[in-house]
Design a protein around this ligand. Sequence first.
Ligand SMILES: NC(=O)c1ccc[n+]([C@@H]2O[C@H](COP(=O)([O-])OP(=O)(O)OC[C@H]3O[C@@H](n4cnc5c(N)ncnc54)[C@H](O)[C@@H]3O)[C@@H](O)[C@H]2O)c1
Length: 173
Amino acid sequence: MKIRNICCIGAGYVGGPTMSVLAQKNPHIKVTVVDINKDKIAEWNSEDLDNLPIYEPGLKEIVQEARGRNLFFSTDIDKAIDEAEMIFMSVNTPTKTYGKGKGMAADLKYVELSARQIARASTSNKIIVEKSTLPVRTAQAIKNILDNTGNGVKFQVLSNPEFLAEGTSIQDL
Ligand SMILES: NC(=O)c1ccc[n+]([C@@H]2O[C@H](COP(=O)([O-])OP(=O)(O)OC[C@H]3O[C@@H](n4cnc5c(N)ncnc54)[C@H](O)[C@@H]3O)[C@@H](O)[C@H]2O)c1
């Protein structure tokens, strides 16, 4: 499968900088970063680059170069999912505040919700990349969600753990 179109679900600390660098280095690939938070997407799209939702040294220059060329920020999640051959899941995984593992384990509800949305919105085969920090075997849980929709689309799930550090993310990427 030739990758021409990438989507990233989650325009936060990981998704925003990672996809900006990926788009800058790969001008032939369209990269669309989506989020349910409309204000955050508006900030990523703001004319004044000092209003980006995240400050990282070097980030605004990269956004200036790639945004509108092959880097896009959008709230149209279903469209970006369906157009992409590869989807990064970079949603937040806060510590659980309830039930088993309370105060320690990662709450996977946002990961599960976006897996359901990918399953619902996809009409072609896709590679899904776990970019959130997730417990071992979550890829299998994501695959179970994706495979049980019955719409015949095939998914492969890869794990690509993120080690970026806030403050040096552009240099590290
Ligand atoms: N921030 C770091 O330095 C860092 C480093 C390594 C790993 N991580 C891990 O990377 C993952 C993402 O972290 P982050 O810091 O980018 O989080 P973040 O809170 O900055 O961003 C996550 C974004 O995902 C969006 N989101 C949640 N559910 C969604 C959905 N269903 N559809 C669309 N958007 C949705 C949220 O609105 C939010 O903007 C976490 O698992 C975190 O533990 C973070």
